[in-house]
Write a protein that binds this ligand. Structure first.
Ligand SMILES: Cc1cc2nc3c(=O)[nH]c(=O)nc-3n(C[C@H](O)[C@H](O)[C@H](O)COP(=O)(O)OP(=O)(O)OC[C@H]3O[C@@H](n4cnc5c(N)ncnc54)[C@H](O)[C@@H]3O)c2cc1C
Length: 466
């Protein structure tokens, strides 16, 4: 049994280069800085080498090489989640799947097979041609695999559940170098673990997902000057209590920087915003939204839009940015919680956060999915994600300090667990998965990767007694 990292690991990749069609990039190579960069530009990644595989066979060769050389493997689709792992990757091959971009849609079966480097907007566009949609999240350029392995909170989630529960099969290279296709009948324990347990169990090369008949939705954002934060967020909180599962809503504070990437009416301004995502017809959606619209938003984009456009309502950046973010789950958010949130991050608070969002959970997100995986539902009423720009380490530190203040302010309502995809930094496994799922995940990890080859951003440590 080898231990990681091994300082004397042989890093000569000539044999590996000869075995793959993709590329291996080493420190000192001309394209090293580009190869080691993550979507989150605040994360300065320093692996032993970077692999850019083009096929499952390439991935298997890289994994076998790592095991033989006493190296570890860190999988990366885009690096949206790189902040949780940080840049320290000693003795580790960073395997970036960005060249693996195949998408197959089986419209009759309402299913998609996507390779490990595929982005969310790419599936939305391909499925949208057939009037179908995957359970995508807010970001168009997030990696489908990383997003789904971490659970996958979608605007369609209150109706259809977590993206992890929509997984039909996973193609994965395990630490023994085998390429497996796992599903409910084959390696069922591993299939359970990867659906919510993250990237600790192997190198996923492709994933098969169920698609849903959502061709369009009544969705958009309403914005008011941030001075109205308390009034609008109190109204939003009351409103959420009456929403059907077909409606997902978000309450949000935005402090947008004066940069060209932000459209003119919003650039450099601060707002309180409410987002609405309704999977039904316009008349019903408009009736549901009416009480919020009656508050007279300055900007109102809520309208019927094609499903692929759902990816852009939230205005997530579509190119790499430096950020420092974190998330939390709330069991409740009573009026005193809204007051605490506004005091911590609203007007006059001095908050450096660009965005603080509170997503409504419940509906199918709150019910255990039949045959689901390690995360089959979220046992909380709201999910919070907040982020600040981190152009410099000082800006990152200021955002980090404010995130800690926000957590303190919302402490009375924090749930026992937190949501893996929104968590940055070291979070104990029991808080990410709950004690039962964490125990079981450690056993699965030991069964498939006892020597801990795979280094996820949120690691599951193998149980030693198995
Ligand atoms: C702007 C923004 C918006 C977001 N919106 C949402 C949202 O709406 N809903 C939501 O649920 N989450 C959301 N997230 C969180 C996002 O889903 C996670 O950060 C997710 O891990 C990103 O996956 P990735 O592959 O793009 O990132 P990466 O950093 O490349 O991967 C994250 C982790 O996933 C695992 N992984 C990735 N690829 C593989 C692979 N091929 N094999 C094995 N493991 C792999 C690894 O453990 C890796 O450390 C958002 C994040 C950002 C920055």
């Amino acid at each position: 049994m080898s231990s990681f990292p091994r300082a004397d690991s042989p890093l000569d990749p000539s044999d590996l280069r000869a075995r793959i069609t993709g590329a291996i990039v080493l420190p000192g190579d001309g394209d090293w800085d580009g190869a080691r960069s993550a979507w989150n530009l605040a994360v300065d990644q320093h692996p032993a080498m970077v692999a850019l595989p083009e096929s499952a066979a390439d991935v298997a060769a890289v994994v076998s090489h790592a095991v033989e050389a006493g190296l570890r493997v860190a999988m990366q689709g885009t690096g949206h989640g790189a902040g949780a792992r940080g840049g320290r990757l000693p003795g580790t091959i960073l395997v970036k799947t960005e060249r693996m971009r195949g998408i197959e849609i089986d419209a009759a079966a309402r299913a998609a097979r996507v390779e490990a480097g595929v982005l969310s907007a790419e599936v939305a566009a391909a499925a949208g041609e057939h009037g179908l949609a995957m359970l995508a999240g807010s970001s168009p350029d997030v990696g489908v695999v990383g997003y789904t392995l971490g659970g996958g909170l979608s605007w369609l989630g209150r109706r259809y559940g977590l993206a992890a529960s929509s997984v039909l099969a996973v193609e994965i290279v395990t630490a023994d170098g085998r390429i497996r296709r796992i599903d409910a009948e084959n390696d069922a324990d591993l299939f359970w673990a990867v659906r919510g347990g993250g990237g600790s169990f192997g190198a996923v090369t492709a994933i098969e997902l169920a698609l849903f008949p959502v061709a369009e939705a009544y969705a958009g954002m309403m914005l008011w000057p941030i001075e109205r934060a308390g009034e609008v967020l109190h109204a939003w909180r009351e409103w959420t209590a009456t929403m059907p599962d077909d409606m997902t809503t978000v309450g949000r504070l935005l402090q947008l920087p004066p940069i060209l990437a932000i459209p003119e009416p919003l650039r450099g301004r601060a707002f309180v915003a409410i987002e609405a995502y309704y999977l039904g017809d316009e008349a019903e959606g408009a009736a549901l939204v009416a009480p919020i619209r009656a508050l007279g938003p300055e900007i109102d984009t809520v309208a019927t839009i094609p499903a692929p456009a759902l990816q852009r309502v939230h205005m997530d950046p579509e190119q790499p940015v430096p950020g420092r973010g974190d998330g939390m789950l709330l069991d409740d958010l009573p009026p005193s919680g809204i007051d605490a949130l506004v005091a911590a991050a609203g007007p006059g608070s001095g908050s450096p956060l660009v965005s603080l969002e509170v997503r409504q959970l419940g509906g199918a997100l709150g019910r255990p999915a039949a045959g689901g995986g390690a995360l089959s539902h979220v046992d909380a009423e709201f999910a919070v994600y907040a982020v600040g720009l981190a152009m410099t380490p000082e800006m990152g530190a200021a955002a980090g300090a404010h995130l800690a203040e926000l957590r303190e302010a919302l402490a009375p309502w924090l749930a026992d667990t937190t949501y893996l995809n929104f968590a940055e930094g070291d979070v104990p496994g029991e808080r990410l998965f709950g004690p039962y799922a964490h125990h079981r995940l450690r056993a699965v990890k030991a069964a498939y990767d006892l020597t801990d080859v795979f280094r996820s951003n949120h690691p599951v440590i193998p149980a030693r007694s198995v």
